[in-house]
Design a protein around this ligand. Sequence first.
Ligand code: SAM
Length: 286
Amino acid sequence: MNYRHHYHAGNFADVMKHVFLVAIVRALQEKPKGLLLLDTHAGRGDYDLAAAAAGDSRPRQPEHPLGIGLLAARAEAPGEAAPPPAVREYLRLVRAHAPGGERYPGSPQLLARLARPQDRLFLCELQPDEFAALRRGLGRRPQVSVQPVDGYTSLRSVLPPPERRGMILIDPPFEALEEWQRLRDALTQGVNRFPSGTFVIWHPVTARADADRLGDDLAAQPGPPAWSCRLLVAPEAEGMRGCGLIIINPPWTFMPEAPQILKALGRLLRRNQLGETQSRWLRRES
Ligand code: SAM
């Protein structure tokens, strides 16, 4: 496992994923009952943006200026339309994590800030250094369980949760060829075990059609409602053109704001006028 998320921390893909995470968790929290927040591929939770640019052996082009950097600058620029509440709350949480902007919070830190006393976090991270950092950051909180386990197996071992309410973020590195197949199998098992859970799956959009295939497969199978959205900010030739989320059981109070959030992200994260957004229902309520 060579993947290190700190090179990508705060990039456009993190911003999209984290803004939607805030919106979805807040919508689920409109009901008072406690939630399980399961992060199957948690990462270290806290990223030093200067260290990411230094690289391991040679300097790297930092990715955060075209992610959180653009969004923060444009969201409050004179003449820009006011961003939706989820974008504003996301920015508030990022700034609460590091007021000077020198660090960026990963999904576990954002979830910890969003959690109410009745909510519970279960965080999985396999890479030993990332796991150690995650445990240092969040391991002592009573509501948080940090585990050095394969996140895909947690979909079997942790679901269904006793709370019967939950949000599951599945955010793999997509380095290994077999990742899509593992994701597909684990997702099927997870949804079978916890059909009312809200599953949020992040995926890259590249010239390969894997993400289309996953969406088409879901569309062809019976199951809970599933909505897909994408943000495309780079030309096709650049490898990763953009990224997307597939959301199974999106909360019904989230859906009216979801198109506005997506549109705002396209506007705030556009590069050279490219900020295309796409969305579609893969499956509707039956
Ligand atoms: N979710 C994080 C966020 O939004 O801040 C970013 C996670 S990063 C894309 C993927 C993480 O998954 C890496 O830290 C990697 O070490 C870890 N990882 C890879 N395979 C894993 C597996 N099977 N189970 C748990 N963690 C895994």
